[in-house]
Design a binder for this molecule. Structure first.
Ligand code: GLY
Length: 371
C-alpha cells in the first residue's frame, strides 16, 4: 500500500508517494506528467549500478524512452563543473521545456539535478526518486536545489519544486547501516521539532526500523514527509517557520566544516549531534526541563548513533573556533546568529537573542567531555 502526501503549493503542488515497490511502478506514476514519452535520467554511478536497470524497465514497460547520465558519487559532485555537465548534456539530448528530468539518487543528485532543471530553458519539470533515507525524508521534498561553493555548502541554488517524488522504501535496504542511521538523524529531528508523539513512537520502533521493518520505515518516512510538507506549504521560501527544519543544523554545519566535510562526520550524524547540543543549550538557558536533553541523547545512543562530540574521531577545534564556524551559517541575519531551540521535545522555535557566552559554554562542556 502506497501513502500519498500532498504538498499544497497552488500551481506548483505535487504528491510525495511513499511505500515499497514504487520504483517498479515509476512508469505508470510518471506517465501522466509527460507531454511526449521520453525522459532524461541523471543518477550517480553507485546508485545507477543498483537501481537504473529497474527504473529503465519500469519506464520501458509504460512505453517511455529514457536517456541517462551517471555522475561520480559523493558531495564533491555538487559543483559548478558537474552542473555545467548536466545542463550541457540535457541540451545535447534536446530536452525541451515541457519534458521531465528524473533525479535518481540521494541528496547530492537531487539537489544538483533539481538546480539543473531549475535553470535549463528557464525551468523544466523534474521528478525526484530519492534513494537514501535522508533524501526521502528531507532533501527531495520542498524544492531546495543547489550546489556548494568554496565558501560553503548549498550557497548557490534556487527554489524549484519537483512535480512528483517517488520515495520507494524498499530502496533503503541497499544502504550501508551507517548511511541509514545518518538519515535517521533527520527523522528524529522531525519528532524533536514538532511532534512529541512521533518521537515517542520512534523510541519504541526505531530499532525495528533500523533492522529493516518495512511498515516502520514507511510510517516514519510518511510522517516526516507530512511534517515537512505542512511547513513548506506555510513557508515555502523560508521567511520564518521553515527555519525550524534546521534544528541541529547550525551546530552540524560548524562540525562538518571543522571535520573538512569528510567521512569523519556524515551530514545526518552531524544533525543528530547538533540536535543533542540544541537541547543541551535550551536546557542551560532554562527553556526546557533538564530531562529533555538526556532523553534525546538516550534515544540516539540506543540507536547506536553518534550522539556527542566524543563520537567524532580525530581532533576538533576549540569552542571559540566552532563559534566562528557557526557564524558562517545562512541563518545569520545582520551578523546575529539565529538558532533553533526548544521548549521541550516537539516544541522547537526560532531564537534570535541567544547569549553567545551560553553557546560557547555549551560547546566547551561538550568538548571537555571528550576527555
Ligand atoms: N532541509 C531543510 C529545508 O528543506 O528547509
Amino acid at each position: 500500500m502506497t501513502n500519498a502526501v500532498h504538498v499544497p503549493l497552488g500551481t506548483r503542488a505535487y504528491n510525495v508517494l511513499v511505500g515499497p515497490g514504487l520504483l517498479d511502478r515509476a512508469g505508470e506514476k510518471i506517465s501522466p506528467l509527460l507531454a511526449r514519452p521520453r525522459v532524461a535520467i541523471i543518477t550517480d554511478e553507485t546508485v545507477g549500478a543498483l537501481h537504473l536497470e529497474a527504473l529503465l524497465g519500469a519506464l520501458g514497460g509504460a512505453g517511455i524512452e529514457a536517456t541517462c547520465l551517471a555522475l561520480p558519487p559523493g558531495e564533491a559532485t555538487k559543483c559548478w563543473p558537474q552542473l555545467e555537465r548536466c545542463v550541457d548534456w540535457l541540451l545535447s539530448e534536446k530536452i525541451e521545456r515541457r519534458d521531465v528530468v528524473i533525479a535518481l539518487g540521494g541528496g547530492v543528485i537531487g539537489d544538483l539535478v533539481g538546480f539543473a532543471a531549475a535553470i535549463l530553458r528557464r525551468g523544466v519539470r523534474f521528478v525526484q526518486i530519492p534513494t537514501s533515507l535522508l533524501a526521502q525524508v528531507d532533501s527531495s521534498v520542498g524544492g531546495k536545489t543547489g550546489i556548494n561553493a568554496a565558501q560553503g555548502k548549498n550557497l548557490i541554488g534556487a527554489f524549484h519544486q519537483p512535480s512528483l517524488v517517488l520515495a520507494d522504501t524498499d530502496l533503503l535496504a541497499t544502504l550501508r547501516p551507517r548511511d541509514l542511521l545518518a538519515g535517521y538523524g533527520e527523522v528524529v529531528k522531525y519528532g524533536l521539532l514538532g511532534d512529541a508523539e512521533f518521537f515517542g513512537w520512534l523510541e519504541k520502533h526505531g530499532s525495528a526500523l533500523a533492522a529493516g521493518d518495512s511498515a516502520a520505515r514507511q510510517r516514519a518516512v510518511t510522517r516526516s514527509v507530512q511534517m515537512k510538507a505542512d511547513i513548506v506549504a506555510r513557508d515555502e521560501t523560508e521567511q520564518g517557520e521553515r527555519a525550524l527544519l534546521n534544528l541541529g543544523h547550525t551546530f552540524c554545519h560548524a562540525l562538518e566544516a571543522a571535520t573538512g566535510y569528510s567521512d569523519r562526520l556524515l551530514h545526518g550524524e552531524g544533525v543528530a549531534i547538533g540536535c543533542a547540543l540544541a537541547f543541551e543549550l535550551s536546557s542551560r538557558l532554562g527553556l526546557c526541563a533538564q530531562e529533555e536533553p538526556s532523553r534525546v541523547r538516550a534515544h540516539l545512543r540506543a540507536m547506536g548513533m553518534k550522539t556527542d562530540l566524543s563520537d567524532i574521531p580525530g581532533n576538533l577545534p576549540d569552542a571559540q573556533a566552532l563559534m566562528a564556524l557557526m557564524a558562517q551559517d545562512k541563518k545569520v541575519v545582520g551578523g546575529r546568529l539565529r538558532l533553533i531551540l526548544a521548549r521541550g521535545i516537539g516544541a522547537a522555535f526560532v531564537a534570535d537573542d541567544i547569549d553567545p557566552a551560553q553557546i560557547r559554554a555549551t560547546l566547551s562542556d561538550a568538548l571537555s567531555a571528550r576527555g
